[in-house]
Design a protein. Structure first.
Ligand code: MSK
Length: 629
């Protein structure tokens, strides 16, 4: 956790990050690590989750000292109520982010259906037919656009308040659905659950912490089984379902002699167009005319993951590499959509020739150059943006360019469709390998970086410890680049794995850590778990599977963790959310949820110990299924 004056080696485990942190310091550029130092120590009340700003009788603080003053806010809310309300709103923020992303994909699909978005189309027609059929949309001989339009209508309905449950809930095993029904946790509509979360946490409403937390779980489930799942499935339909391919990662993917454009954010709707524009012959010629040998589009964070999964675009870095990528002095443009974009990137861009370009009306940054991109004008605007980046190349100061040279090979593209294809088309061979113990279990490691941790040390340490125990690891989000840089995303990574994983992954020619996509693509992991449970005839909570978000920071990561737990998947976090000020909430999260939904959160900052605890869970579940431990 955060200490003052850490050495550069304690800030990140990577050479490329350390080199750029030093360069930033030499050039007088402040990064997240310096700002964390300035903010430390943090407000104790806020850390405990016991501050309330929900009305103007306050703001209030609840003292952690039992029996003393300030045990209740002005309205009478105690620590349990305040912590639960704050956590509920935190979850609502995360669910809103993922789900609004999903809604943007529905709008593109509807636009394609109506002929309003000529720059987009249906790249995976089979998947369109399959999802349409699954959700009750008539297919037959109808034109694709009609089917797409009807599918968009069904999915728009998932955001409203007129349904008893969201559409993809039919993927959930029956026992799990029964549990949710009994608990009043069945997600009805995305916007409804988020709005209700805000309503319940208004002063004078839900003043019972467990009740508030049950609704927080319902809100998170609306994210996982609707908002995020829609985002994933429609991205596949519109941009193609990922298949295994090779690429590279680290800051070394930037090219000294090319126009470098970084796509940052989450939604492929814009970044796919930037990539398409960068491949236009006239823009490549224009780049050559200004002295560059080409145009190099690389990814950051999750829109990078989206491009990586489908187009093999290299990854420049994860969350804490975003500021540092600009410090290379070799970036002509950072093009962002939304989420996880540090506002400081505008100031850092201003220290170089870098153009910082925003594209979404939902994510404006003071000082940025804004292009208002809509599905109707995307390619035209993307072309203007790439032109701007090409022009910026002429302003690059060669004396300030320093690109760390290591480029690490990675393998990507493991959608559920690709995984099932690799094992012969059905989940049976995977279950057989699990039953005989070659794959003892499966853990999804997902989420972020947080400057409170040595960058990626926990992400990588946990992945390595798990594969040694023959536990297959699935990664998404910012853990992807971490695993890639550690050599875990190539088939040769099996050298670090246990004998069982070595045998299975070796025979399939796949890495022991599989990249499944971006943050919204955690929905792929949910779907895979549901499929395994259905095939085994059990609930998800009976499977030897778990999740982890070791270095998480965002509201979205908290929502992911909560939908995983509510779906029956035990979830490890490297540090707790701000809930420790309430014994009731903390106990429910780390113990009580087990009785309700068959899973709970575990908090552990040591990777080896975290792996042990996840292994214990997996072993218990194996025994429960009658499999060897
Ligand atoms: S981008 S939410 S830092 S994974 Fe999805 Fe990375 Fe976490 Fe953002």
């Amino acid at each position: 956790m955060a200490k003052e004056k850490r050495t550069v080696e304690e800030l990140s485990m990577w050479d490329d990050a350390r080199a750029m942190i030093k360069k930033a310091r030499t050039e007088g550029i402040e990064t997240a690590w310096e700002r964390l130092e300035q903010q430390t120590p943090h407000c104790k009340f806020c850390e405990l989750g016991t501050t309330c700003r929900n009305c103007t009788m306050g703001p209030c603080r609840i003292s952690p000292k039992k029996g003393g003053k300030m045990q209740r806010g002005v309205c009478g809310a105690d620590a349990d109520v305040v912590v639960a309300r704050n956590f509920g709103r935190f979850i609502a923020g995360g669910a809103a982010g993922h789900s609004d992303h999903g809604r943007d994909l529905i709008e593109v699909l509807a636009g394609v259906a109506e002929g309003q978005c000529p720059d987009y189309g249906i790249r995976d027609r089979d998947k369109l037919m399959r999802i349409a059929g699954e959700l009750g949309v008539e297919t037959g001989d109808r034109p694709d656009t009609e089917i797409a339009g009807d599918l968009a209508e069904v999915l728009f309905g998932d955001f409203g308040s007129r349904k008893a449950e969201v559409a993809f809930l039919q993927r959930v095993p029956a026992r799990r659905r029964e549990t949710w029904k009994e608990l009043g946790m069945t997600p009805r509509g995305v916007d409804r659950e988020i709005a209700e979360m805000m309503h319940r946490t208004h002063m004078g409403c839900d003043n019972d912490a467990p009740s508030t937390l049950i609704h927080a779980a319902r809100t998170a489930l609306a994210d996982g089984w609707a908002g995020s799942m829609i985002g994933t499935e429609l991205s596949d339909i519109i941009f193609g379902t990922p298949t295994p391919s090779k690429s590279t990662a680290s800051l070394g993917v930037l090219k000294k002699d090319q126009v470098n454009i970084l796509a940052h954010g989450h939604n492929p709707v814009v970044s796919e167009m930037i990539l398409a524009a960068a491949r236009l012959p006239e823009l490549v010629d224009r780049a050559r005319a200004v002295g560059a040998s080409g145009i190099n589009v690389c990814g950051l964070c999750c829109t990078g993951n989206e491009l990586l999964m489908r187009q093999g675009i290299p990854m420049a870095g994860n969350h804490l590499m975003t500021e540092l990528s600009i410090v290379t002095g070799a970036v002509e443009a950072v093009v962002v959509d939304y989420q996880c974009i540090m506002p400081s990137m505008v100031q850092i861009s201003g220290c170089y020739h870098t153009r910082f370009i925003t594209t979404s009306g939902k994510a404006r940054f003071t000082g940025a150059t804004h292009f208002d991109i809509h599905p109707e004008n995307a390619m035209e605007k993307a072309t203007e943006i790439v032109s701007m980046a090409v022009d910026a190349f002429a302003e690059r100061d060669a004396s300030r360019v320093d690109i760390p040279d290591a480029q690490v090979p990675i393998m990507t593209g493991f959608s559920n469709e690709a995984i099932l294809a690799a094992v012969g088309g059905t989940p049976d061979p995977l279950i057989e390998a699990m039953e005989r113990g070659a794959i003892r279990g499966v853990v999804g490691i997902v989420g972020c970086n947080n400057p409170k941790f040595t960058q990626d040390a926990l992400n990588v340490g946990l992945a390595k410890a798990l594969i040694k125990k023959d536990i297959l690891v699935l990664v998404t989000g910012c853990v992807t680049t971490a695993a890639g840089k550690a050599g875990l995303l190539v088939p040769e990574g099996i050298d670090m794995a246990g004998p069982g994983l070595k045998e299975v992954c070796g025979s399939l020619g796949i890495p022991p850590v599989l990249h499944m996509g971006s943050c919204v693509d955690n929905a792929r992991i949910l779907q895979l778990c549901a499929l395994l449970a259905e095939t085994c005839g059990v609930d998800i909570s009976d499977l030897p599977v778990a999740a982890s978000s070791p270095e998480w920071y965002s509201e979205k990561a908290a929502a992911i963790g909560l939908y995983a737990v509510a779906s029956g998947i035990e979830t490890h976090l490297g540090h707790p959310p701000n809930i420790l000020g309430s014994d009731t909430v903390t106990h429910l999260a780390t113990e009580g949820l087990e009785d309700l939904v068959g899973a709970r959160f575990i908090i552990e900052k040591d990777p080896e110990e975290a792996a042990e605890r996840l292994d214990r869970r997996i072993t218990a579940k194996r025994v429960g299924l009658g499999w060897t431990p």
